[in-house]
Design a protein around this ligand. Structure first.
Ligand SMILES: Cc1cc2nc3c(=O)[nH]c(=O)nc-3n(C[C@H](O)[C@H](O)[C@H](O)COP(=O)(O)OP(=O)(O)OC[C@H]3O[C@@H](n4cnc5c(N)ncnc54)[C@H](O)[C@@H]3O)c2cc1C
Length: 393
């Protein structure tokens, strides 16, 4: 039987970060992962450039049944702390938009940095491990993997959520929490494209690829970003953001012209170019293919601008500022960036991430019911929750 102080399950962002901190404290630390390499999600994140944090990260950017839970970890290991580490490794980075920090070159820079930190601290990593059973006896956790028995004092679960099952995602963490009597809140896909109802699909799939800046709203939460028409539905950052707030049956309301009042635009265009057709004028405001689609669907009527009266301008403005879409569903875990819900934060100490009723058992990262917006917030939660657990496990 191999004896360890700390075993961390999951060599993702949270697990590696926790292991580094634990090993720095002199704890004999092992990380187990079911994959062939560490940090697989980091490698493919941010389009291969890893949006590793956000300069404006604050508790307001996270969803959780207890919105206060994340405050302690986020304040004790902040985005500036992680950025200092990135700078120490001289990893080139840039702000893309809205405080989102990306690697200039490749997400591999972040994984290499974590590997070096693991090596420096003496963290051991075992890959391609299938964990068969976990038991708890006399203050020790016993793990059976690939015919090997290991035991540890502290067991840290950092096995992530359910998104991207083909990248090794499993329900392991949720099942282990339940095995030890901890409550797990219902899970669902977040930061995920929304799909059309069949009738809408037939109409809008033809304009897939069209993208425009919008504000999108679901359940009174509004995000100003880009939206993309796809073959299956709507995507793009604005839609991914609202998807985390959307529940089946809800509508999504999209303002297709958030920066310009359509009524002002039309009245000015009418004065300057009275003979111009509505289609030509609106194509200066919105992508032409979208305008053509709205005309084809008789949602707009093409006519010279001089023929528009106050009522028809108001109706057009209403349509474009208030484009209502009732999604059929989401694309699910296959494309979702995160899993909402998970281990109930009421079961955990926000200071240490340890289970209140199960000494030595810790949950960190995405497996916990804390989910960030799109924009580097999810990695910041992984770093922060991993770091705090690493101080105590
Ligand atoms: C395509 C994509 C792009 C993303 N881009 C960004 C981004 O740019 N910025 C951002 O902030 N967030 C991004 N995210 C979200 C972010 O990747 C996650 O929130 C973050 O990786 C969670 O870290 P974690 O350590 O908790 O879990 P993970 O990174 O998922 O790591 C969990 C690890 O546990 C392993 N594991 C699972 N089950 C078992 C088991 N039974 N036994 C052993 N090992 C197991 C997994 O193989 C995995 O290696 C993205 C997500 C996706 C899917």
């Amino acid at each position: 039987m191999q004896q360890w102080d700390v075993i961390v399950i999951g060599a993702g962002a949270a697990g590696l970060f926790c292991a580094i901190e634990a090993a720095k404290r002199g704890r004999k630390t092992l990380v187990l992962d079911n994959g062939k390499r560490i940090g697989r999600k980091i490698l493919m994140s941010g389009g291969g450039r890893c949006n590793f944090t956000n300069m404006y990260a604050s508790p307001a950017n996270f969803l959780s049944q207890n919105k206060h839970f994340c405050k302690s970890a986020l304040s004790r290991y902040t985005q500036w702390d992680f950025l200092a580490l990135v700078q120490q490794y001289q990893i080139p980075y840039h702000e893309k938009t809205l405080g989102q920090l990306f690697c200039d070159n490749s997400a591999k820079d972040i994984v290499d940095m974590l590997q070096q930190e693991c090596d420096k601290a003496g963290v051991q990593i075992a890959l391609q491990q299938e964990i068969q059973t976990v038991t708890f006896n006399d203050g020790q956790y016993q793990l059976q993997t690939n015919g090997l028995s290991r035991s540890c004092q502290s067991l840290v679960v950092a096995s992530g959520g359910l998104s991207l099952p083909n990248l090794g995602a499993t329900a392991f963490g949720f099942q282990l929490a339940e095995q030890f009597g901890l409550k797990v809140l219902p899970v669902r896909a977040g930061l995920v494209p929304l799909t059309w109802q069949p009738d809408d699909k037939a109409v809008y799939e033809e304009i897939s690829g069209v993208s425009l800046p919008v504000t999108a709203e679901a359940n009174d939460v509004v995000f100003p970003e880009d939206m993309l028409f796809t073959h299956r539905g709507l995507s793009g950052p604005a839609i991914l953001q609202v998807s985390s707030f959307w529940q089946p049956g809800d509508e999504v309301v999209v303002n297709l012209s958030p920066q310009q009042s359509v009524q002002d635009f039309l009245s000015e265009a009418q004065q300057k170019h009275p003979e111009q057709e509505l289609k030509t004028a609106l194509s200066r405001l919105l992508p032409k293919r979208l305008v053509e689609k709205l005309l084809e669907q008789n949602l707009l009527t093409n006519q010279p601008l001089k023929a528009l009266n106050a009522k028809s301008s108001q109706r057009i403005a209403g349509l474009l500022h208030h484009f209502v879409f009732k999604p059929n569903g989401t694309e699910g875990y296959r494309t979702a960036e995160v899993t909402l819900g998970g281990v109930d934060t009421d079961e955990l100490s926000s200071k240490t991430m340890e289970a209140k009723k199960q000494p030595g058992l810790y949950f960190i990262g995405e497996v916990v019911d804390v989910t960030g917006w799109l924009g580097g917030y999810n990695f910041q939660w992984a770093w922060s929750s991993g770091w705090v657990a690493g101080q105590y496990c």
